[in-house]
Design a binder for this molecule. Structure first.
Ligand code: UDX
Length: 475
């Protein structure tokens, strides 16, 4: 049968639901899209008249919201009504790692997916296509299906016509480039069992995406492909980071090595930038989940193999903190250090799993006074991540580590011994070295964990410079 989709509902107004629905609304102006979330504060931000207050920062997002909001794109907390009216429902809720119970620390917590499925089963009417957008453990569709079908059986009399079709349509967008990734994806993956339901979703995407980029597969392969794509990307980063340490001791340069190996088309040039370790909401969570699944099926060698990708990531963060402490004469007690960048990468205000968190925590534990500057991350988020209140003024009589928010790069450098670059924000490439060097204490250091090509000029102002993976740092 043919499903004509007029009303779309998306449960979850976060980093995936918000931007992906905005792009669908922009490309398919004949569809009504309602993004719902139980979090009223978040919905109010999506609806705020000042577009700088949107709950997430993504280049290009504001412009789309301005074009489509109130026309065919709506944000609300009215879950019941919007589910009831929808022909297609996307589940875009977050799926964190479980913190307690069976699989704690590894398995994905499905409580929001389950709650969404129950709401759908309660309120949906007629034939409804349910699309998994959140990254989920393999075979979650089965859980969703059993919740949905259980209500059909229960309400058999009053809902003769109620029918659900489950699709898996994992999202591959990366934060900071979400709009471009959604508008020009490498591929769209649709997993499912019902050809017509698959076709209905395909029709939406084919409005702006070439057919040959739309891959159709079974449910389980689609679900697993998302986990494995993230695991492979993270594995490349751990591989290159492990070699950054080798370059530093042998005199080689990681950028030269990455460039040389990346030219081999079998390897490819992307995801070979050595840095402070990968962060973000997906990589660690998905690998942990992969490890959990492998152990569940008794595949311990496979589980260990992927676990090591995470171990290298943890090690890289610890290694960087240690380099900083060693170079600063073995102690940072009472020293002011300028932390430049706190988000897990540039062009996002997201700090989930940001390597900056662990590195800052290590330095604070060692007694450092950190002046933290990030162009998009709010001080209250840093406070939450470091689990430490911001100091109003540093207490020079105390050996305890502390932190303060700085409102500019230059403010963060006042009396500081080192500039520590942890995120590759573009504005860090345009620093006035004369101005910043005058604010700092000698001997002053730059620790560049992102290879953001600190200009030669900095050297002229007397900085000692350490760059990740550069063997020329050898004494
Ligand atoms: C990732 C996947 O790319 C995306 O497809 C998936 O849907 C969600 O997870 P995201 O976490 O937003 O996206 O960011 P990504 O650009 O992949 O970066 C992840 C981390 O790896 C960042 O901390 C980044 O700084 C780091 N990274 C990336 C490197 O250290 N080196 C690189 O070469 C690339």
């Amino acid at each position: 049968m043919d499903y004509s989709i007029k009303n779309i509902c998306c449960i979850g107004a976060g980093y995936v639901g918000g931007p992906s629905m905005a792009v669908i609304a922009d490309k398919c102006t004949n569809k009504n899209i309602n993004v719902v979330d139980l979090n009223k504060e978040r919905i109010d931000l999506w609806n705020s008249s000042n577009l700088s207050n949107l709950p997430i920062y993504e280049p290009g997002l504001k412009e789309i919201i301005k074009r489509r909001r109130g026309k065919n794109l709506f944000f609300s907390t009215e879950v019941k009504k919007n589910i009831a009216e929808a022909d297609m429902i996307f589940i875009s809720v977050n799926t964190p790692t479980k913190i307690k119970g069976i699989g704690a620390g590894e398995a994905i917590d499905l409580k929001w997916v389950e709650a969404s499925s129950r709401q759908i089963s309660r309120y949906a009417k007629g034939k409804t296509i349910v699309v998994e957008k959140s990254t989920l453990p393999v075979r979650t569709a089965e859980t969703i299906k059993s919740i949905l079908n259980s209500t059909i059986t229960k309400n058999k009399n009053q809902s003769e016509s109620q029918e659900f079709f489950i699709l898996s349509n994992p999202e591959f967008l990366a934060e900071g480039t979400a709009i471009n990734d959604l508008e020009n994806p490498d591929r769209i993956l649709i997993g499912g069992e019902d050809d017509d339901a698959i076709k209905a979703l395909e029709n939406i995407y084919s409005t702006w995406i070439n057919q040959d980029k739309i891959i159709k597969t079974d449910l389980w392969s689609a679900e697993l492909s998302k986990l494995i794509a993230n695991a492979f990307l993270a594995q490349r980063i751990s591989s290159i980071n492990s070699i950054s340490a080798l370059c530093e001791v042998t005199g080689a340069d990681i950028k030269e090595v990455a460039n040389a190996i990346g030219k081999d088309t079998r390897i490819g040039e992307f995801f070979l930038n050595s840095g402070p370790g990968f962060g973000g909401s997906c990589f660690k969570k998905d690998i942990l989940n992969l490890v959990y699944i492998c152990k569940y099926y008794g595949l311990y060698e496979t589980a260990n193999y992927w676990q090591n990708v995470i171990e290298i990531n943890n090690w890289q963060q610890k290694r960087i903190s240690n380099v900083i402490i060693n170079k600063l004469f073995g102690t940072v007690v009472g020293k002011k250090l300028s932390i430049l960048g706190f988000s897990f990468k540039k062009n996002t205000n997201d700090t989930r799993e940001s390597p900056a968190i662990k590195i800052c925590k290590n330095l604070i534990e060692e007694g450092a006074k950190l002046n933290i500057y990030d162009p998009q991350v709010m001080p209250k988020i840093i406070e939450r991540d470091l689990n430490l209140k911001e100091s109003i003024e540093f207490d020079s009589s105390s050996e305890l580590g502390e932190w303060k928010f700085a409102s500019s790069i230059y403010e963060s450098a006042i009396d500081s011994d080192a500039l520590i670059f942890l995120t590759e924000w573009d504005e860090f490439k345009f620093i006035n070295w004369k101005k910043i060097s005058e604010k700092m204490r000698d001997p002053k250091w730059i620790f560049d964990t992102r290879s953001i090509s600190i200009s030669k000029e900095a050297q002229a102002y007397g900085f000692n410079i350490w760059v990740i993976g550069e063997g020329k740092n050898l004494p």
